[in-house]
Design a protein around this ligand. Structure first.
Ligand SMILES: Cc1cc2nc3c(=O)[nH]c(=O)nc-3n(C[C@H](O)[C@H](O)[C@H](O)COP(=O)(O)OP(=O)(O)OC[C@H]3O[C@@H](n4cnc5c(N)ncnc54)[C@H](O)[C@@H]3O)c2cc1C
Length: 434
């Protein structure tokens, strides 16, 4: 049996500031459960919680440790966002479908709030701060404002507020933007504490989580699926694949591997800022994102700034990619020129062909939920639950995310050069202001 390589732990701000986690327990024997789940991020842990609420026994297998994937590394921006705008969805699929997708996105944020409250995850420090999208030029601002007007007209959404250039400059502390639109439906969170809090809820609900226990293969025997790990196995009635951008670690998730394109996203954290300097940036304490195609974003964590954007192409981080991000941060905020960066880390987001998540059942007993396109804290929390609803015969609302089988990316072996080429075009369009 070919074992996956040891997975290195990222040195992120989140790991350095997280509440302690219990010592990992490896799977070292044969276990049975109603449902086996591969991946201990938001999707997998939410699936386990849903299974427990349905009265099913659940076992989660994690190749590394809880939150090792995107769930424990992300920017902590909880939002209702899809990568495609609701206006585009309405134009392509009709207003009713867009309304349904809008409803689901609000349910997703509500799901995070419910989890925090129900499981007492206070150390996730969630704050409903709102997210401000900052327009990098007049054209982008006009589009943002049009989207806000469409949302108000079609969905009665009054939570989107257009802000002028002076207000955005005051809020952010940067003069790079010509205006923006504030979305009041989202907020910011400590993502690793949220993940660990979900894991604690799974354990206290009677579910089991085995870490450092990669699923290396699966087999079907009668009406059961057997999931093999290097030192044990789980026999279960249902299986959930919850591996998102990390679906290529072993063959066990081959069924979904080619349905997502992993794209590296990177984050910098500054040293704590002096009070005088801190008073000049992020004055409203929200998350802020840009309208550029190669989107950058920033948010506070205590007195630090977190600044994120595209990471290195390829399998490894590069100094050049982090340096480029730091240069972008200091260009956006010249007042931070002499500020030290204490943490640099990255993770894989999963892109899909239609820019929407994919949720469904492969056969009658294997569910999948993945492809969050970089906006998955809220949506994966909800979709982990809904994929279990599907497996047990329910008809949860999934809108355009429902798939009978996940859509495979054509010419998958060429994904890396394709990503580079697309990013190059996007960078060019951003540079020329289109
Ligand atoms: C740098 C970065 C910043 C981001 N910022 C934001 C943000 O601000 N807001 C937002 O909404 N979204 C953000 N995202 C996206 C969001 O984090 C993801 O959409 C979400 O965490 C996906 O959760 P998941 O549980 O589906 O997958 P993951 O959290 O990636 O979990 C998958 C898990 O599967 C495990 N696994 C894989 N193969 C196996 C195997 N064979 N056996 C056992 N385990 C296996 C992996 O080890 C991993 O832990 C960001 C992502 C990144 C990388």
């Amino acid at each position: 049996m070919k074992l996956p390589p040891e997975l290195p732990l990222p040195r992120s701000l989140w790991r350095d500031t997280a509440s302690p986690a219990p010592a990992p327990v490896k799977l070292s024997r044969s276990e049975t459960a109603d449902i086996a789940i591969i991946g201990a991020g938001f999707t997998g842990l939410s699936a386990a919680l849903s299974a427990i609420e349905h009265g099913l026994s659940a076992i989660v297998l994690e190749a590394s440790e809880v939150g090792w994937g995107a769930s424990g590394r992300n920017g902590g921006v909880v939002s209702t966002k899809y990568r495609v705008s609701l206006g585009e969805i309405a134009a392509r699929h009709g207003v009713e479908t867009a309304r349904q997708m809008y409803r689901i996105s609000l349910d997703a944020v509500q799901c995070v709030e419910d989890n925090l409250q129900k499981y007492g995850i206070g150390d996730a420090d969630f704050a409903m701060t709102g997210n401000l999208r900052c327009a990098h030029n007049a054209r982008a601002l006009a589009k943002l404002v049009h989207e806000a007007e469409t949302a108000r007209a079609h969905f009665g959404d009054t939570g989107l507020i257009a802000l002028d250039k002076a207000t955005v400059r005051h809020e952010t502390g940067s003069s790079d933007y010509v205006g923006g639109v504030l979305t009041t439906h989202g907020g910011i969170i400590h993502p690793l504490n949220y993940t660990r809090g979900l894991a604690a809820a799974v354990r206290s609900g009677g579910g089991a989580i085995f870490e450092r226990s990669p699923a290396v293969s699966t087999a079907r025997e009668g009406d059961r699926t057997i999931v093999n790990t290097p030192e044990g196995q789980v026999t279960a009635r249902y299986l959930v694949l919850a591996t998102d951008g990390y679906s290529d670690i072993t063959q066990a998730t081959a069924a979904v591997r080619k349905t997502v394109i992993p794209f590296r996203s990177a984050i910098l954290a500054t040293a704590p800022l002096d009070p005088d300097l801190l008073a000049t940036v992020m004055r409203t304490g929200r998350s802020y994102s840009e309208t550029r195609r190669m989107m950058r974003w920033f948010r506070p964590w205590g007195s630090r700034m977190l600044f994120g954007g595209r990471g290195a192409f390829g399998r490894e981080d590069t100094k050049a990619a982090f340096d480029a991000l730091e240069t972008a941060m200091k260009k956006t905020f010249p007042q931070l020129e002499h500020v030290q960066i204490t943490h640099r880390w990255s993770g894989l987001v999963s892109m899909t062909l239609n820019s929407l998540p994919q949720v469904g059942i492969l056969d009658r007993h294997t569910g999948f939920a993945l492809g969050y396109n970089g906006a998955g804290i809220a949506m994966s929390s909800l979709m982990g639950r809904r994929v279990v609803d599907l497996l047990v015969g329910g008809r949860p609302e999934l809108g355009l995310m429902r798939r009978d089988r996940p859509t495979q990316v054509p010419l998958y072996p060429f994904r890396a050069p394709a990503v580079r080429a697309v990013a190059g075009v996007y960078q060019f369009l951003d540079r020329v202001g289109l």
